[in-house]
Write a protein that binds this ligand. Structure first.
Ligand code: NAP
Length: 501
């Protein structure tokens, strides 16, 4: 890359977010785009998370790009390697490889007000962009609790999202810290291999039966020969997911029914009543993300597995210390302790008009439609604050944002708009509405979750139905933005870019 390299659009991240954004831009005739990707292959979260049992908990006929169906899924909820292969395949099939720069990590991004451009520093050189699209994912930065003495621990330590495949767990004393979505998937995979497994459970999760099944040859044949059948299947999953919204966000009959199913799931696997009681959550279904597994509770009931109902507060050279002061030996510690939501280091490298960093801005004010923030012109984030979901496919939300952003970028070109920046008042009104809609939800029913920040504000999830988010993002709502006319210099640079193609 030369110091002067300039592109109409730079996208950061070659996961499903970045790839889908590129497709939407290309469809609108915007082809001067580059995707910078820190890793050596595409996949995003589905490349980074490779722990045993890693699986999407939304059926893949729905959790896949709407314009790139895969008629050959092996099961309705495939494992991570199959989803990663799908993303790699889509990247090749849609001829996106030529736009991607692998092993290119974004180190710094700064808005240049004089030039109306983003100046980017990457591990492979500098470049400039009129428009910056962040597709770095949402749950990406592993969070490890600050534990006293952890530096003294002499065994192996790693996080579920950075699985160390070199470490052989066979016959070893293993501790898994956390009982969220990642832990529930990985524990059944390792429970029979280890010598002893301590599962540190601070708060139990609601875990419902998993409906996964093999996709039959007949279904695959139909999906290939009559693609409309796969579309119908997708539509059905979408509809069923939307009906889960009421159950998972509001107290009431449906929520009680879901909890009853959760209790049956525990009791049919765990005979020990005391353990069953410790595994039963005391809050409403949906307060934390609801998990799916048929193998988690049977794994916890194995004789070589202990559920330590406590947090981890310390470590010694040979083990962990629980909140009650008990020291328990461990050779390997696996942190399944989730991700940093606010104050992310990668977002801290992005500086807007006044030098403010995006991480602090998101933490303070969220983002308009999870996409834009005042003070950050021509910057669009996918899967940003308050666009996550617990009841349906996050990818549906991201696809809504991809079209929305591509429409704005296309309008910038066709109408000679130089800069687009959300109005501070639009962003505040949006954030306030999110908070008032959140107040009625089950997320305050006695649990802590990544849905809420330390002040109890929702900085993570869209509180409504997914269709209402699709409706909000269906057009460029220009009235929410401040726009400026493109300068002659900016127009010349764009024309030059078009000439180069
Ligand atoms: P998580 O749901 O945030 O769970 C973190 C766990 O670590 C919680 O059980 C938490 O306990 C525990 N913890 C944190 N600090 C601790 C300490 N000092 N001592 C003991 N326990 C501690 O994280 P995750 O399981 O990685 O999942 C994060 C999100 O990723 C999910 O909600 C989901 O959206 C996504 N995910 C999705 C899939 C999928 O199937 N699509 C799979 C994996 C992950 P508390 O509950 O008490 O805080």
């Amino acid at each position: 890359m030369s110091i002067e390299e300039h592109h109409r659009v730079v996208i950061v991240g070659a996961g499903l977010g970045g790839i889908g954004a590129a497709v939407q831009l290309l469809r609108r005739g915007i082809s001067d785009l580059v995707i910078v990707e820190a890793a050596g292959s595409p996949g995003g979260t589905w490349r980074a998370n490779s722990y045993p049992g890693c699986q999407c908990d939304i059926p893949s006929n729905f959790y896949s790009l709407s314009f790139a169906p895969n008629p050959t899924w092996s099961t309705t909820f495939p494992l991570q390697p199959e989803i990663k292969r799908y993303i790699e395949d889509v990247t090749v099939r849609l001829d996106l490889e030529k736009h991607i720069r692998y092993n290119t990590e974004l180190l710094d991004a700064r808005w240049d007000d004089a030039e109306s451009q983003w100046r980017l520093v990457t591990s492979a050189g500098s470049l400039r962009a009129d428009v910056l699209i962040l597709a770095m994912g949402f749950l990406t930065e592993p969070s490890v609790p600050a534990i006293e003495g952890l530096g003294d621990f002499r065994g192996e330590i790693f996080h579920s999202a950075r699985w160390n495949h070199e470490v052989d767990l066979t016959g070893r004393n293993v501790a898994v810290v956390g009982t969220g979505a990642s832990a529930v998937q990985l524990i059944p995979e390792i429970a029979d291999r280890v010598g002893h497994l301590d599962v540190y459970q601070r708060t139990p999760a609601w875990v419902l039966p998993h409906p996964n099944r093999r996709v039959t040859n007949a279904e695959r044949w139909l999906f290939r020969r009559l693609p409309i059948t796969q579309k119908l299947s997708r539509g059905l999953v979408y509809t069923v997911s939307e009906t889960r919204h009421a159950m998972l966000t509001r107290a009431g009959l449906l929520n009680r029914a879901g909890r009853a199913v959760g209790r049956v799931n525990i009791r049919r696997a765990v005979r020990d009543r005391e353990l069953a009681d410790r595994l039963t959550p005391r809050y409403e279904l949906g307060c934390k993300r609801v998990l799916l597994s048929n193998r988690y509770y049977p794994a916890l009931a194995r004789p070589q597995v202990s559920v330590v109902s406590d947090s981890v507060v310390g470590a010694t050279a040979t083990g962990l210390v629980s909140g009650s002061g008990e020291e328990r030996p461990a050779d390997v510690v696996i942190f399944a302790t989730g991700f940093t939501i606010t104050h992310r280091a990668d977002l801290g490298r992005i500086h807007g008009r006044d030098g403010a960093d995006l991480s602090s801005s998101f933490a303070a004010n969220g983002a308009y439609l999870g996409v834009t923030a005042a003070g950050f012109p021509n910057l669009f984030c996918l899967a940003g604050p308050t666009s996550g979901v617990g009841h349906t496919s996050f990818l549906f939300m991201i696809e809504s944002q991809q079209s929305y952003v591509a429409d704005i970028v296309a309008a910038m070109g066709s109408r000679s708009i130089g800069t687009v920046e959300v109005r501070r008042e639009s962003q505040s009104a949006y954030f306030d509405k999110i908070q008032s809609d959140t107040a009625k939800k089950v997320w305050f029913s006695g649990c802590s979750s990544w849905f809420l920040d330390e002040q109890g504000r929702n900085v993570a999830v869209w509180p409504g139905y997914a269709w209402s988010f699709r409706r909000r993002t269906r057009r460029f709502d220009e009235e929410a933005y401040r726009t400026t006319v493109a300068t002659a210099a900016g127009r010349a640079a764009r024309e030059e870019a078009v000439d180069r193609q």
